[in-house]
Ligand binder design. Sequence first.
Ligand code: HEM
Length: 401
Amino acid sequence: MGLQLVGELLEPASRADPYPIYARLRALGPVWIEPMRTVVVTGYRDCERLLRDPRLSAERQHTGSTSHEDLYPPDAPSSVRQRWFLSQDPPDHTRLRRLVSSAFTARTVARMEPSITRLVDQCLDRAGDTFDVLSDFAHPLPVMVICRMLGVPLADEPLFRRWSAQLTRLLDGFSADGGEDEEWLAGMVEMHRYVNDLVAGRRARPRSEDLISDLIAAEDGGDQLSHDELVATVVLLLVAGHETTVNLIANGVLALLRHPGQFAALRADPGLAPAVVEEVLRHDPPVQLTARVASQAMTIGEVHVPAGDMVILLLAAANRDPDANPDPDRFDPHRAQVRHLGLGQGAHYCLGAPLARLEGRVALARFAQRVRGAELVADPPPYREHINLRGVSELLIAKVH
Ligand code: HEM
């Protein structure tokens, strides 16, 4: 039964609404999928607990992992072989995360608000009678924001957009279409070359209010990021922060257009935006799942997981567990309490959460203020093939006069 449901989930036809399949999986409890040698966990309490369980390792195969090391050309910069802390365990993860957190602070993020508001308004200025919320708004915004934070010259932003599109597959982990390997490898190498130069330039001439200069200066008990660690972290920030935020904005706009009452409430009270963002992260999260490896044999529910096998935590299914949130399929920003794992939990909890929330809040509040009388051209809209970073490939809206 579990295998059949996972098969259904992988069907392209399930992208538009995987939630009924998640509900059926959740009813089974943790299930073992023998051909994948994987246990799939869907309950809120189980997922929350396992995200904090030190027996589960984040050193999985995908994302900047050792399995990619041999694929790079010999003349690639050495930083491409530096693992991302997203897929490292303590103590290495703890050390890197602490150093990066000391530069990527709530204050660093909060000072971006005026510039994010300006960028959001520039995108919305271009909204005509028909508007693709994805390509005209949700997609460009996060790249522009991270490029501003990194001090990337405006003329080079299109490069970051392209690299981000090429590297997103790495995070998904489920688009196993190996044929495109060359494209992401080339993108990864090009981006590392560019960021190596960017960092070298900033070492020579540090700037104030600049994330790269802050990362160079970051220090913890005499320890600092090595050059390669710093470059790999900048690449990770783009990859982890782009498509995710794109989907937060697009999924949020979609939910609001499907719930005109909530849309009107947000327009009347922009102070509702943080609650709307949390409800989108719960109801239709941009990151649907994460994966870990059992570093030792363990039992999850009634499933025995041998050491070295995979644990998939279906965050999007956990968020709709009725034990965590009553009436979970309802999109309702007015919940008394919202519990979600949309930004993860435990040691790997999203480092970019303050930025994701800020961009989501400004984007959705300004959208509600500025776009009136809009309707979806297609419902459901077309979806991309990704299972994990589930998101629309187009979100056309038309103004009704
Ligand atoms: C980790 C979601 C935006 C940087 C994570 C994790 C989730 C997540 C679920 C945990 C992964 C795991 O446990 O395996 C999201 C969502 C976002 C978002 C839904 C947007 C709505 C961002 C942004 C940045 C960012 C804007 C940075 C610019 C990171 C990093 C990690 C991470 C560096 C790894 C943390 C660690 O391993 O310690 N994110 N993220 N994310 N996120 Fe985000």
